[in-house]
Every structure is written in structure tokens, then in C-alpha cells.
Design a protein around this ligand. Structure first.
Ligand code: S3P
Length: 173
């Protein structure tokens, strides 16, 4: 029951704040396909915001929920644009489901460009709280190695969101 390339979802991955949601919405409009933000799907299912889930249930429980929801969407949806949480792809089983059922595209930014966005995104990102800049850079670089596994990479440093979305659409042609 593995979908053909034409039927597959497109899964957008990448670090927090690289623009997965905004770009995913733009791609979904350009391709006339539905967009699903996995974190929003989790929030709807549990009636709680992601930071509340971290706070009340803990990160380990969030990761379990994230695993189940991400795999379910990758597997059961077709032709959707999915935006995954920034940590999702570090889970082996999510990665395997992505590779099997989706076309995976990572949105890459250099650390130099990303670090200026920190203040804009830190508030509702529990994994960035109480960390030094060095620790955040460490996480950023470590995650980059995972995002690079088996997918299309789009380097977004010198493009605006609309240009990135156009680049993704042209990758699919
Ligand atoms: C996380 C990224 C977040 C969200 C959660 C954990 C991470 O999603 O899933 O706060 O570990 O990188 P975004 O990448 O959409 O911010």
C-alpha cells in the first residue's frame, strides 16, 4: 500500500522558524492541494497548545503523540502538503514513514540567517527555553545532520517565502 510518487504527500521538514507553515500554505495554494500542519492537528486532537502539552505531560509524552500523529498523517493522507514539527524528523519511525509515504523536502537556513529570527519565535517554542545561544546552535547543527537524510533540500537564505514555494513547485515538475 505504498503510494506512487504522483500520489504522495509532500512533507516539509526543517528547524523551528524556517517557515515550514508559511511556505507550506503557499505551496498548497499554488498546487491546489490541502495543507496540514502536524502540530495544529495535534493541538486540535488534544484540545491543548503544544507548549501546554510540554508543560503538563512532558516532552517524552509530546514526542509519542507527535510520532503517532505524524505517522498517521503521512500514511493515511494522499496528495497533501504536510508541515512537520522541527523535532519530528529526528524520530526514526517518523523518518521512515516520511520516506515511504511522502516526498520529503527540507527547508534549510544557515545558522547566521536563522539566529536573527530567535527572538521572533522563542515564545511558544518550549525546546528553546532556558538555553544559551551556544546550546541552541548545537541543537541547530545536530538537527541539520538529520534533516539532510534522504530528501530534497531547498536553501532558503537568499529567497523570500514566495520564491521558496515556487522553487518547491518546480522541484515537483
Ligand atoms: C519542536 C518544534 C515545534 C513543535 C515543538 C517541538 C522541536 O514545531 O513541534 O515545539 O523540537 O523542534 P515547529 O518546528 O513548527 O516550530
Amino acid at each position: 500500500n505504498v503510494p506512487s510518487l504522483r500520489e504522495r504527500n509532500i512533507a516539509l521538514i526543517g528547524f523551528m522558524g524556517v517557515g515550514k507553515t508559511t511556505i507550506g500554505e503557499l505551496v498548497s495554494k499554488k498546487l491546489y492541494r490541502d495543507f496540514i500542519d502536524v502540530d495544529k492537528a495535534i493541538e486540535k486532537k488534544y484540545g491543548m497548545k503544544v507548549p501546554e502539552i510540554f508543560q503538563e505531560k512532558g516532552e517524552a509524552e509530546f514526542r509519542k503523540i507527535e510520532k503517532d500523529t505524524s505517522i498517521e498523517l503521512c500514511k493515511n493522507e494522499r496528495l497533501k502538503i504536510l508541515s512537520l514539527g522541527g523535532g519530528a524528523y529526528t524520530q526514526t519511525e517518523i523518518r521512515e514513514a516520511c520516506m515511504k509515504y511522502c516526498i520529503v523536502i527540507s527547508l534549510d537556513l544557515t545558522w547566521d540567517s536563522w539566529k536573527d529570527r530567535l527572538n521572533l519565535i522563542i515564545d511558544n517554542r518550549p525546546v528553546l527555553q532556558n538555553k544559551s545561544m551556544e546550546e541552541i546552535e548545537d541543537l541547530f547543527q545536530k538537527r541539520q545532520g538529520v534533516y539532510d537524510l534522504n530528501n530534497f533540500q531547498v536553501k532558503t537564505d537568499s529567497m523570500d517565502e514566495n520564491e521558496v514555494a515556487d522553487e518547491i513547485v518546480s522541484l515537483l515538475k
